[in-house]
Design a protein around this ligand. Structure first.
Ligand SMILES: [Zn+2]
Length: 82
């Protein structure tokens, strides 16, 4: 049991890398903008802050993907015209 800790550790590391790649891939996925209703690739301005390239609306969302982990659509809290 104790001897297996080392191998478990390396497997855990691989899992994290795989998960991280999944997150990065998800960031590149087009998302429907709730304002202009266009399918766009949102630009991440800061952690949890996203901008639609089409209408320049800035809104908050998940830290890494513009959606909550529950799979719900994010709720725009603020509309900023640039
Ligand atoms: Zn938009």
């Amino acid at each position: 049991m104790v001897r297996d800790v080392k191998s478990f550790g390396s497997r855990y590391g691989a899992g994290v890398r795989k998960k991280y790649k999944k997150i990065i891939d998800k960031m590149k996925e087009p998302t429907r903008c709730p304002y202009c209703d266009k399918i766009v690739i949102l630009k991440r301005i800061s952690i949890g802050i996203w901008q639609c390239k089409k209408c320049n609306t800035i809104f908050t969302g998940g830290a890494y993907v513009p959606r909550t982990t529950l799979g719900k659509s994010f709720t725009p809290e603020e509309k900023v015209r640039l």
